[in-house]
Write a protein that binds this ligand. Structure first.
Ligand SMILES: Nc1ncnc2c1ncn2[C@@H]1O[C@H](COP(=O)(O)OP(=O)(O)O)[C@@H](O)[C@H]1O
Ligand SMILES: [Mg+2]
Length: 655
């Protein structure tokens, strides 16, 4: 749920039942998808034990009735019968309690491990394309929120006796009904009255409390932002003013909250008065029945305790409903996003890519359109753009061992092409051939195994240099890789971090370790890619966030990794980065005809490219790149935008 969103609640009976049906579907999804056999077994046992426990707890007042009736009638037999029954109930209750705790703990333990495993399974089974598309909800925050709420619901049901309360409520109602339909009827009236209140209060909650909740969320977000952006706040000298402003907002919100809460408390008092009146009516009816000689005096006791039980359960179930209402939206969001089917899977009969040779890769007429994200539907502008292809009819090949650079302006679709290459998603049209066979006919894991990817932002994991270097290796590969192998990679990539490697390969990096600069982190990532001995390197703007000195170091690392006869597809923001690294250059350009980007030119030198591609000329000139003495041919469709002050433009001389 977004910060400013007010939670909707049902305001009529039909909506209420519709929502209840949806809640049941959510519960069933959790039960089906996230609960394993073992935990299902334990929770079923828990249910049976709880039911038995409820029956035993309710039998106890029944035996008390015998005790009282025996005392009134001065009948020893009845008294002893009552006492024995009472004692057995106590004993049984304790044994059942103990057994139930075992089941509860088992259910909890099983769920704890299994839930995360299942969640991760569903999360990772979705393609990276799906992750990009659903990046607003299919992410760590969404997952952990949904997970926490599932645990909350489970805690309410298992440990706060939610399950027992619900069972008890129905069993007490049934028992009261059996004693007398009048008493049962009044109790049922209590239930209906309570549900009506619940619906009314839910609606009142929406009107009064939800905006307060929104304000609380805004307040918290603003506070966190102030704390997070301490540097900006302090350097602007805004600390005191902003804190005061926020405190005023907080006070206003709290005042509003208090007003509504007091209103709510008054209503709640009315509600319990009505429930209490029903309680009194039941007892009055009981007393009258005793006077009529229809009931024994003793019967008043079980009726009293079951009604009290019923009233208490009603109240607690109201609380549970409130807690479930709070938890379910996050669980629902989780279900919606995790029940999407994975869209990149192995085709039937997919083969494993040979593990040793460097494959030949070919794009044949590949085009791709991003499917509109859910939120696009609200925005006509993005929706219109969302339907247009990003890439249209792209064809080129990478021979084994060839290094190809992708060049093109920002937003043209270079990253998209790389995503298709790594099967984040499959192209809508055309095909990517690997060793002459559709990429979709190779097993995904074997393709991923052939690739070494270096992303724009280094993703250093919390751990040691070693654990980061071997992260991409299988267990067998990890066992096989020696320290000497790792050190060779470290030396080649000059990963020494200014002699901060005090513990060698075991030096901690990441959150709890030494702080790595962008360039150092990126070199570590290149090292990690090299350790995997990839056959095709995929490098997307790996140096774009670095300064030019650091870029040179990283570039040297890249050159090392690429020197092993691997193939490569490289994107670099700075053209100078790829100039010496790559054998062939491919320029992507989007003619803005709504058909997506195409390959504008391909060449094996910058000089040639400068002649052939207006897009490249523009990029090279913008970056002040010196490209031999080449000038664009006469009548070229697009003159380069004058190189900075090298030649004085004719137009100026004439003036
Ligand atoms: N996940 C996405 N969903 C929708 N559109 C996207 C997504 N990623 C990129 N695009 C769009 O596709 C186009 C190409 O983006 P991209 O491949 O990142 O370009 P480049 O890497 O060349 O800068 C851009 O118009 C961008 O807005
Ligand atoms: Mg990009």
């Amino acid at each position: 749920m977004k910060d400013d969103e007010v939670r909707k609640v049902a305001d009529n009976v039909r909506d209420y039942f519709r929502e209840t049906a949806e809640s049941i579907r959510i519960f069933r999804w959790v039960w089906r998808e996230l609960t394993n056999k073992e935990s299902k077994r334990w929770s079923r046992r828990l249910l049976v034990l709880s039911l038995l426990g409820t029956v035993v707890a309710m039998a106890q007042p029944w035996f008390t009735k015998s005790l009282l009736d025996g005392a009134v009638q001065k009948n020893r037999g009845t008294i002893i019968y009552g006492l024995i029954g009472f004692g057995i109930c106590l004993l049984f209750a304790k044994v059942l309690d103990l057994l139930a705790s075992v089941c509860r703990e088992r259910t909890w333990g099983e769920n704890f491990v299994n839930l995360d495993r299942r969640l991760s399974g569903l999360f990772f089974s979705q393609s990276l394309g799906q992750h990009l598309r659903e990046s607003g909800s299919l992410n760590c925050a969404g997952l952990s929120k949904g997970r926490d709420h599932i645990f909350n619901v489970q805690g309410v049901l298992l440990f706060n006796n939610g399950l027992v309360d619900m069972l008890q409520m129905f069993v007490s109602l049934a028992a009261l009904w059996l004693i007398s339909p009048v008493v049962g009827g009044i109790a049922l009236g209590m239930l209906v009255h309570y549900v009506a209140w619940l619906m009314f209060l839910n609606r009142a909650f929406a009107e009064k409390f939800a905006p307060v909740e929104v304000n609380y969320r805004r307040y918290t977000r603003a506070l966190h932002e102030l704390w997070d952006k301490v540097e900006r706040v302090k350097t602007c000298g805004r600390a005191e003013t902003e804190t005061r402003r926020l405190a005023d907002f907080g006070r206003a919100t709290a005042d509003e909250d208090r007003r509504h809460s007091l209103w709510f408390d008054r209503l709640a008092t009315v509600r319990s008065l009505i429930t209490d009146a029903a309680f009194a009516a039941i007892m009055a009816y009981g007393a009258w029945s005793v006077l009529q000689g229809e009931w024994t005096v003793g019967l008043l006791y079980p009726v009293f305790s079951w009604t009290a039980q019923f009233r208490g359960d009603l109240w607690r179930i109201g609380q549970i409903e409130r807690q479930l209402n709070k938890a379910l939206p996050a669980v629902k969001a989780l279900r919606d996003v995790l029940s999407e089917r994975p869209d990149v899977t192995d085709r039937q009969g997919a083969a494993s890519l040979p593990t040793l040779s460097v494959p030949r890769v070919e794009f044949v007429g590949v085009s791709h359109t991003y499917p509109p994200a859910a939120w696009d539907e609200d925005d006509p502008e993005t929706l219109a753009k969302a339907g247009q292809p990003v890439l249209g009819d792209i064809s080129f090949a990478i021979a084994p061992g060839e290094k190809v650079a992708l060049i093109g302006p920002s937003g043209v679709g270079k990253t998209t092409l790389m995503r298709l290459f790594q099967r984040y998603a499959d192209p809508d049209k055309g095909v990517i051939l690997v060793d002459g066979r559709d990429l979709r006919d190779w097993r995904l894991d074997s393709w991923i195994g052939a690739l070494g990817y270096i992303a724009q932002q280094p993703q250093v994991m919390d751990g040691t240099i070693r654990s980061n270097l071997v992260f991409g290796l299988s267990a067998e590969e990890r066992a096989r890789v020696t320290d000497e192998n790792l050190w060779t990679v470290m030396r080649r990539l000059k990963i020494d971090f200014g002699s901060r490697l005090t513990q060698g390969l075991e030096t901690k990096v990441g959150r709890n370790g030494i702080k790595l600069s962008g360039g150092e982190a990126q070199r570590l990532m290149i090292g990690a890619a090299a350790v995997r001995k990839p056959r095709v390197m995929v490098i997307d703007e790996a140096t774009s966030s670095l300064d030019s000195t650091t870029e040179k170091e990283v570039q040297a690392g890249l050159a090392e990794v690429l020197s092993d006869g691997v193939s490569a597809l490289v994107i670099a923001h700075r053209l100078s980065t790829v100039r010496d690294l790559c054998d062939r250059f491919l320029v992507l350009a989007n003619p803005d005809d709504g058909n997506g980007a195409r390959v504008e030119a391909t060449a094996s030198s910058f000089e040639e490219l400068y002649r052939l591609s207006p897009t490249f000329r523009r990029l090279a000139d913008d970056q002040g790149l010196r490209i031999g003495s080449d000038k664009p041919p006469d009548g070229s469709p697009d003159e380069p935008k004058g190189e900075p002050a090298k030649v004085i433009p004719l137009s100026l001389i004439r003036r």
